[in-house]
Design a protein. Sequence first.
Length: 322
Amino acid sequence: MKNQKKILVTGGAGFLGSHLCKLLVSEGHDVLCVDNFYTGNKKNLEELRDNPLFEIIRHDVTFPLYVEVDEIYNLACPASPVHYQHDPVQTTKTSVHGAINMLGLAKRLNAKILQASTSEIYGDPEVHPQTEDYRGRVNILGPRACYDEGKRCAETLFHDYHIQHNLRIKIMRIFNTYGPNMHPNDGRVVSNFIIQALNNEDISVFGKGDQTRSFCFVSDLIRGMTSLMNSEDQFIGPVNIGNPHEISIFELAETIIELTNSKSKIIHNPLPVDDPVRRCPDISLAQEKLNWTPKISLKEGLEITVSYFDNLLKKAANGAFN
Ligand code: NAD
Ligand code: UDP
Ligand code: UDP
């Protein structure tokens, strides 16, 4: 294929990575997925298994990696608070050592590299909606710090490799994203609520549920990611990518109960420490520079996601997920 690239996706067996690998292969690129399967699963990539354009290596990005590619999407890092807080030191190592290794690789190859950063770098924000120039309010010592500070340091490293070594970089600040291939047990709110609703179990709202989030469907997010990678070299970000439709967690619980016709009741569990009160992206920069805007409404996206988890639960009728 003309314009075919060799593309490395770290964390490619995870939720976002698996969608990205599928899109890139469908565009005719030669895709190498690197993953240590900490939260990812080969099953997410089953349909690519026999595709000659696709390859997987089991590898931890905190160790050096020597391969030959044209572009790197650096997604390796657990994203759910439950998982990234399970082994906080490893989470920071993955973000920081992982970034150094992937930047070193990009430098040796003169490859373009995109960092999957996060809205968490804004911490519990005082500015609303969050714009890219807001510097954030992160608790350095709290339970979310391993992830937030790791991702902040990774952004600094990306920027410094750009300044110091002229590396072509892209920094993408991803806001809450949901859809098929989320791990059923990863503890994020959309997957938790859908599974509880489908099983007619209590829906676990943390705190009063008046905290807000803005949920982006995965296909919109991945389109934003590739648009950023393919944008002109001068545009390095950081750029917010997310859906600006803001909703309270309580309202999300009600919406999911309604969509699934569930008998579930809403219960209230303790609010985790440092849980951000409000989160919503200002996406003017993405609209202006990438001509990107999300297209899938929350209702449409949730319907697709409910149907995915419904199938998964039917397949795993004995209750075992793997
Ligand atoms: P995920 O947990 O489903 O995927 C992460 C992948 O990285 C998994 O396959 C995991 O096994 C792999 N991984 C973890 N540590 C690794 C290591 N040391 N070496 C190699 N592989 C490793 O999470 P996701 O939702 O797909 O998130 C992907 C990226 O996007 C992450 O960097 C995350 O911080 C970022 N992000 C996601 C969201 C979201 O809402 N999904 C929001 C903000 C940022
Ligand atoms: N690295 C890698 N693959 C490569 C080149 C480098 O994994 O193809 C790693 C290597 O571990 C190195 C890190 O990237 O320590 C940073 O590389 P850089 O060249 O920036 O710095 P170095 O530490 O080599 O001076
Ligand atoms: N949450 C909840 N019940 C759950 C899981 C999460 O009420 O079972 C809340 C959580 O406290 C937070 C929001 O939902 O306010 C989003 O949580 P998630 O872990 O999905 O992502 P976060 O945006 O906090 O990283």
